[in-house]
Ligand binder design. Structure first.
Ligand SMILES: Nc1ncnc2c1ncn2[C@@H]1O[C@H](COP(=O)(O)OP(=O)(O)OP(=O)(O)O)[C@@H](O)[C@H]1O
Length: 224
């Protein structure tokens, strides 16, 4: 059996607001295997973003165990978490957060340079990913010169740029119209499968979730 790319064991997270405590995650267990594409479903406010944040290693405050590529993250210091994130994780958000002053190509090149890839290789990788997403003619456009669906595709390319073992996607097509959302998600799934990455993709959309390998649902703080 190959090692899990990520594991949550009895993960908890509570928030306190106005003296009221909400237990958002109440003991979540989840194992994601290499190459597995998992849909994370649950109503608004059920904790999907919170669960993705547990795996994203940027936020604290979680109980239980979070294991990325065999390394228990809660026992790692912030430098080690940054390394884990850089070496194993890729992120795609609902709103693209592209750098407005950089071209599509540069937005995909930059995270690779940060990770130590040389520029020629990073540029080739960016062109390959953006072309696979139908953006070969948009490499030098800035985000403001791209449509919403095109911007989101650049964000997908950026999330995949460093060949992560696990993509964490929070409503990656949530701000797009239905037809565009379907196209972008299909392309995301095809690319992720082609690359052999695993993915955890939060969505409200059952139809899109059905195209993934497995569905997990958040209900009252637990996965079912
Ligand atoms: N920083 C915070 N402080 C207080 N409460 C929070 C915080 N972050 C999240 N919550 C609460 O935790 C619950 C789960 O939020 P979360 O964003 O994880 O849900 P979600 O399933 O992703 O929702 P949506 O589908 O609407 O994006 C919500 O009730 C939210 O108000």
């Amino acid at each position: 059996m190959s090692e899990a790319v990520a594991e949550l064991r009895s993960v908890t997270r509570s928030f306190e607001q106005g003296g009221v405590r909400i237990d958002v995650l109440r003991g979540v267990d989840l194992t994601i295997r290499p190459g597995e594409i998992v849909a994370l479903l649950g109503p608004s406010g059920s904790g999907k973003s919170t669960l993705l944040q547990a795996l994203g290693l940027l936020e604290g405050g979680f109980g239980g165990e979070i294991v990325i590529a065999g390394t228990p993250a809660e026992k790692s210091d912030s430098k080690a978490r940054t390394t884990l994130r850089r070496d194993h994780l890729g992120f795609v958000y609902q709103f693209h957060h592209l750098l407005p002053d950089f071209s599509a190509r540069e937005n995909v090149v930059l995270p690779q340079l940060v990770a130590g890839t040389d520029r020629a290789e990073a540029e080739a990788r960016s062109e390959q990913l953006l072309s696979a997403l139908g953006l070969a003619a948009r490499l030098d456009h800035r985000p403001s010169q791209l449509s919403g669906g095109e911007q989101q595709r650049v964000a997908v390319a950026r999330g995949l740029a460093n060949r992560p073992d696990l993509i964490l996607a929070d409503e990656p097509t949530g701000n797009l119209d239905e037809a565009t959302s379907d196209t972008v998600l299909e392309q995301l799934l095809e690319l992720v499968r082609g690359e052999g990455s695993a993915a955890l993709i939060a969505t409200h959309n059952e139809r899109l979730a059905a195209k993934m390998d497995r569905i997990v649902r958040l209900h009252e703080g637990l996965l079912e």
